[in-house]
Design a protein around this ligand. Sequence first.
Ligand SMILES: [Zn+2]
Ligand SMILES: [Zn+2]
Length: 250
Amino acid sequence: MFKKLISLSVNALIVLAFISCGSSDDASPSTSADVPAIYKKIYAATDLYVEGDYVYIKTNGRPDHKSPYYKGTQWESALYEAYNGSNTSFTINPNKIANQTFTFKIPLNPKVSTAHSATPLGPIGISLNGVPFYNQYAGPNQPLTNEINSFDQYFGHPQQSGQYHYHAEPYYLTATKGNDALLGFLLDGFPVYGPTENGKAVSNADLDAYHGHTSTTSDYPSGIYHYHITGADPYINGSGFYGTAGTVSQ
Ligand SMILES: [Zn+2]
Ligand SMILES: [Zn+2]
């Protein structure tokens, strides 16, 4: 009898917990006051919230700029644009842009990790327009040499499942936000900046093995480790994450 009472009250607690979760979800999306302003720069986020020590960012992964890879999609009339970039060897790949369901979970307080784990193939970070960053490889340790020829005029392309991504400078974002602007975050939570700083081009030689350095930035006046995108391989990240990486589900 006593046991039964206990299990009843446990059930009651569970019910109560569900009710209280339900009522908080009825409020506006959990893009709450506890999301630091810096993450709101990811303007394409469809949901943005903090849970525990992580910020969660959801996006559909589709570029908000035009692309030849919108041909034959439901967005063609608004977003298709034939290739008009400067690469005379441009060769379109057979893939088309498709909606994705990304949830990026990145540390709110990024910390250096001595392990510096290698970046995976697939998304390694998120840019301001919700398009994922990929690393400097086309396949296990394969350089991008041939893939680059399928980058569109904004320097991205889709893979087999229609996932559009940037392995290098996202030209649309540097054009609209500035060459020295914050462009996104890698999964370890450290920010990614464009190819110039304090009016000067940043080169790979200015950066450490992970493709970053520590200094103040306009968004972080007390200084932070940050990556820079440069025009030469490895472009965004070098020999692995500087910090402990979060996760991405899709
Ligand atoms: Zn690629
Ligand atoms: Zn810097």
